[in-house]
Design a protein around this ligand. Structure first.
Ligand SMILES: [Zn+2]
Ligand SMILES: [Zn+2]
Length: 418
């Protein structure tokens, strides 16, 4: 009788601190080790021992605790080359932000450096043995460039962890690949929501940007640095006005251009990156605001970065617009902006009322409910576990899954024998 234990250390009935472990024959594998952003104690409850860590993608809710885990446990770490490069960028940035805010550090730049020698680069589709009877491969998850779903084989049982997944093609990427498996661990960020039609959404977005520019305003577009910034630049590819690029999205765009295999149309990404003016300092920002223009900038939830400098200057300009490009977590400036009409600059602790036109778009890089159903049907598991979603979407998807297999919606700290 094979004994495999699956434990949920985070991202169970919540989004954030993704961290799951599989244990068989005394060998322990961790899938992701992230943090819950914007929470004081946003770390997962780590198990005592980890022999190998497989990282699905670079977002900090999946990679934010990896240097800490490495310092404590010294596991071998597996991911794609692009995921490693992006995760180091985000981990180092979080160390820097904590330093600026005088917050307690979980790990240092030295911890990140020490971990590099134990990182093992994996391509999609190549199988790797971890120990006798345990192997795995990475599959393109279509979520951000370099992102993976993880297909493990433990004593003949196939276990598929979606990671964060998107099955539909976008401008930036091709959709995810799906295998057959016995066990499915699926994300459920949009477990109870259906995405709007993407093409219509893009048309509506472009129309609002153009209206803003035609009346002489600036269209300020806050976007996540990894993926969304580049997707937005590609959607704006034919806009007949100057486009400016500011913030960490510049660095990430440069990295993507060095990894053409992960990008659906590298020529197009190169063209839109060249066409945009990359802003380096405050005089560049002033220049961008002195003419009708599009400004694509971090942070995606308006929580910091150059976007606040634009808002300090443009907040009472009714000719200008701010167009959010994704989901805004409760308590973030993006959510405050849409619900209360103001944002807070946390560095100066000042409230900025926003009179600009405000819009929000769901350019999500996660599967919506219909795609999540399709993933489950295609994988066709005996058992499924729902993770990475607020309680309601998790329950809702769990209910659907119980119609096709044995479905579980675990909580943090739960361990289940497979
Ligand atoms: Zn993600
Ligand atoms: Zn995530």
């Amino acid at each position: 009788m094979i004994k495999i234990k699956l434990s949920f250390h985070g991202a169970a009935r919540e989004v954030g601190r993704s961290c799951f472990s599989l244990e068989s024959g005394g060998f322990s594998i961790m899938l992701d080790c992230g943090v819950k952003l914007r929470e004081k104690d946003g770390c997962p409850l780590l198990p005592e021992r980890t022999d190998a860590l497989i990282l699905s993608h670079a977002h900090l809710d999946h990679s934010g605790m990896v240097p800490f885990l490495y310092r404590e446990n010294n596991p071998q770490i597996y991911a794609t080359d692009l995921t490693f490069e992006l995760s180091h960028l985000l981990q180092r940035d979080s160390v820097k932000i904590k330093r600026l805010r005088a917050e307690k550090q979980i790990y240092s730049d030295d911890d990140i450096n020490n971990m590099l020698s134990s990182e093992n680069v994996m391509g999609y589709g190549s199988r790797r043995n971890l120990t006798d009877g345990i192997s795995f491969q990475l599959m393109d998850a279509g979520h951000i460039p370099g992102s993976s779903s993880i297909l493990l084989e433990i004593e003949g049982k196939r276990i598929f962890y979606t990671g964060d997944i998107k099955t539909a093609d976008t401008w930036l990427q091709k959709g995810a690949m799906l295998p057959k498996a016995d066990i499915l661990i699926t994300e459920a960020t949009y477990g109870n929501r259906i995405h709007p039609n993407r093409k219509e959404l893009e048309r509506e977005f472009l129309a609002l940007v153009e209206e803003t520019l035609e009346r002489g305003g600036n269209a300020v577009i806050p976007a996540f640095a990894v993926g969304r910034t580049q997707e937005v630049l590609m959607i704006l590819k034919d806009i007949p006005y100057p486009v400016y690029l500011d913030g960490m999205g510049q660095k990430v765009t440069s990295i993507f251009l060095q990894y053409p295999n992960y990008i659906r149309d590298i020529g197009l990404l190169q063209r839109v990156a060249n066409n945009a003016t990359w802003i380096e300092n405050n005089s560049g920002r002033k220049r961008a605001m002195s003419e009708p223009s599009v400004i694509v900038t971090t942070a995606g939830m308006v929580s910091g970065g150059p976007v606040l400098q634009y808002l300090h200057r443009l907040h009472s300009d009714k000719m200008s617009s701010i167009l959010l490009t994704g989901y805004q977590v409760e308590g973030t400036n993006g959510r405050l902006l849409m619900e209360k009409g103001y944002v807070i600059d946390s560095f100066t602790d000042s409230k900025i009322p926003i009179k600009m036109q405000k819009h929000q778009f769901d350019f999500s890089s996660h599967a919506g409910r219909h795609s999540l159903e399709r993933i489950a049907k295609e994988v066709n598991p005996e058992k499924a576990f729902v993770v990475h979603g607020d309680p309601e979407p998790c329950e809702s998807l769990g209910e659907f899954l119980s119609g096709i297999c044995e479905a579980h919606v675990p909580g943090i700290g739960d361990t289940i024998k497979l």
